[in-house]
Design a protein around this ligand. Structure first.
Ligand SMILES: Cc1ncc(COP(=O)(O)O)c(C=O)c1O
Length: 375
């Protein structure tokens, strides 16, 4: 039996997700893919957006589905008409994919990118934000929980600081949705992006965005696909909707969307204590008791992502040693959270990310395997 402690990579799909995914593919194979799509239209065009709206606490019209969180972020932010007069704020926790997009825009458009400082304890400096925000800031972007460590950023408090200002506010919820309670309405963000495959336990190749009407009307899309646009004359087209569906393309992996729908329902009907940090503390304790380990653990509020190094054994050796003992962990690449990890001089670290399906026995097995690997 494998103990899966790599939900920050991809979570284990519940059986309802596997059944939705495989059942749909089987129907496509038996009776035709377009015909299956027609049969499932109420789910593909309606239900999946309704349940996503419920899970994110966002209006249905604001939601769009993508094939990754990065695609969601790039499809919206990449089409914002920013100029050399604009400043973008990121934090040291920003995800590398988002940074690559923003720095590409900086090169093309001449905008400025500023990094919001952290306090010595690793929390984002909210006083600095409140004191320095000005109307030249066009976009503030930060992850709710970063890729490389478990800090939970105070996205609601930041939303309150930014609310009176002109800037758009983008929250990358890729690592938080499904493990940290979140509400787009309470955060007050213009954009929230996420992936289906991690703590929501959905399918690979699924992502989504909640895009506010204010942000939708600012974005200049170069193209609208045929689910929302029509050629109404030989040289003219019309777009039929103002909803966020205009960010989507017409062709998509319907089996994956049905799997996402099942994962969202599964998540919405969970009755366990979503805010529990017990697993994280148990993982942390198992690591800390071994001499030579160093946790990368900034901030005061933490999700179930624990990252660490050992002074003698490399992260890759730890991963391999644990895998041989039936435990899945992953490598946090410093280059994926480059600003923070570079400052900590971390190139690679071991990332352990339990989820509610892990038991105390799983964490005990991890502790035993880790001791054996590091001794
Ligand atoms: C914080 C964060 N943002 C964005 C992403 C990108 O997600 P995707 O691979 O679905 O594009 C990841 C992926 O691990 C992530 O950890």
């Amino acid at each position: 039996m494998t103990v899966h402690l790599n939900t920050a990579g991809a979570g284990l799909m519940p059986s309802s997700v596997v059944e939705a995914l495989c059942g749909y593919v089987a129907e496509e194979a038996a009776g035709g893919s377009y015909e299956a799509e027609q049969r499932y239209a109420p789910v593909l065009e309606g239900e999946v957006y309704r349940i996503l709206a419920q899970v994110l606490d966002a209006p249905e019209d604001d939601l769009a589905l993508f094939d990754s969180a990065t695609r969601a972020y790039c499809s919206v932010i990449g089409n914002l008409p920013l100029t050399a007069a604009d400043t973008v704020w990121v934090t040291p926790y920003e995800y590398a994919g988002n940074l690559i997009l923003l720095h590409g825009m900086r090169r093309r458009l001449g905008l400025r990118i500023e990094v919001v400082p952290l306090l010595p304890d690793g929390n984002v400096d909210l006083d600095w934000m409140a004191a320095h925000i000005h109307d030249g800031v066009a976009l503030v972007s930060l992850p709710h929980v970063p890729s490389g460590c478990g800090v939970i950023n105070p996205v609601e408090e930041i939303g309150k600081i930014l609310a009176p200002w002109r800037c758009f506010y983008a929250v990358d919820a890729c690592q938080s949705v499904g493990q940290v309670p979140l509400s787009v309405a309470a955060i007050g963000c213009d954009l929230l992006t996420g992936a289906g495959r991690k703590f929501l336990r959905g399918v690979r190749g699924t992502g989504f965005a909640a895009v506010s009407p204010r942000l939708r009307s600012a974005v200049r899309l170069p193209f609208f696909d045929l689910q929302v646009a029509d050629m109404v004359a030989d040289d003219a087209f019309e777009v039929s909707t103002d909803t966020a569906r205009r960010f989507e393309f017409a062709e998509r992996n319907n089996a994956a969307v049905l799997g996402l729908n099942a994962a969202l329902h599964h998540h919405a009907s969970r009755t366990d204590d979503r805010a529990s940090g017990a697993l994280r503390e148990a993982v942390r304790g198992a690591i800390e008791e071994i001499p030579g380990t160093r946790l990368i653990d900034p901030g005061t509020r933490h999700a179930q992502i624990v990252t660490f190094l050992h002074d003698r054994v490399t992260p890759e050796q730890v991963r391999t040693g644990l895998r041989a003992r039936g435990i899945n962990v992953w490598i946090a690449q410093g280059s994926h959270t480059p600003l923070y990890m570079r400052a900590q001089q971390v190139e690679f670290a071991v990332r352990v990310s339990p989820h509610y399906y892990n038991t105390d026995a799983d964490i005990e097995a991890f502790a035993v395997a880790l001791r054996a690997t590091l001794n």
